[in-house]
Design a protein around this ligand. Structure first.
Ligand code: ADP
Ligand code: MG
Length: 249
């Protein structure tokens, strides 16, 4: 039996803060184009894992990051971004005073070291990226005119423009309404269909599971297990997350 080669393979991640162990020998794989749900109680190490892959934190020696055919002892934010790893944080790193188009395209256009940055060029890039997500926004409006749900979409469009192969979403649904969450999940489906792998952290487990291929559970910084998402029920996940068993009535 052959399974696809992982896009990302983390081996033996250890990370501690001032003697407190946040991740204990965790190994974690992401397959190309999959939607992967990362679950665990508050403080279980989800954000720390994401920060290691995206180069925010440097793990302890011994950790191996295999990504897209290369081995890295650690990532840096620039290396991660250049390799197509993007992250959508809960507190989005966007520029409210700039237009939607500038928010989506500025980083990428600057990366190509132009002598001048033409607004029309950024505008074209932004409109195309939003169209790929099946969304239409007025790209000439300042971002601050839009609500958090649309800002999420702008952040995802920017990730697409950055030629992401792997997008981490760390609790992006926390401040969204139900219909905004549904829309975001549709976009995640589109990303995955376009071959972009998405690792999703959310408290809305049932909904995220519905669009996920696999589920990884962390507890107190340790890996509990990796499971197919199909057939997983919420009460079982709660048991895995807490280590406590419940009566199934
Ligand atoms: P989660 O995202 O699953 O809620 P985190 O990865 O944020 O969990 O945190 C895991 C553990 O590491 C927690 O005990 C948290 O307090 C600790 N931690 C995370 N970041 C830091 C930091 N920058 N400094 C000190 N402790 C941290
Ligand atoms: Mg977190």
């Amino acid at each position: 039996e052959s399974s696809p080669k992982p896009l990302l393979s983390l081996r033996n991640i250890n990370m501690s803060f001032g003697g407190i162990s946040a991740l204990k020998n965790v190994s974690f794989d992401v397959l190309p184009g999959e939607v992967h749900c990362l679950a665990g109680e508050n403080g279980s190490g989800k954000s720390t894992l994401i920060k290691i892959v995206t180069g925010v934190y440097r793990p302890e020696p011994g950790t191996i990051i295999d990504y897209d055919g290369q081995t890295y002892p650690h990532m840096s934010p620039m290396t991660a971004q250049a390799a197509g790893i993007q992250v959508i944080w809960q507190d989005l790193a966007l520029f409210p005073e700039m237009t939607v188009a500038e928010n989506i395209a500025f980083q990428t256009v600057l990366g190509s070291r132009p002598r001048f940055v033409h607004y029309g060029h950024m505008r074209d890039i932004a409109v195309k990226a939003l169209a790929r997500l099946g969304v239409s926004l007025d790209v000439d409006l300042p971002l601050k005119e839009y609500a958090i749900a649309q800002r999420q979409i702008v952040a995802i469009a920017r990730a697409l423009v950055g030629e992401a192969k792997l997008v981490f979403m760390d609790e992006p649904t926390a401040s969204l309404t139900q219909s905004e969450t549904d829309h975001l999940l549709d976009i995640v489906r589109n990303l995955s269909a376009a071959g972009v792998a998405v690792v999703f952290v959310s408290h809305r487990l049932a909904e995220v599971l519905d669009i996920s291929n696999r589920l990884t559970v962390l507890r107190d910084g340790a890996l509990v297990g990796v499971y197919p998402a199909a057939g997983m029920i919420q009460s079982r996940i709660t048991e895995l997350m807490t280590g406590k068993t419940f009566d199934h009535k």
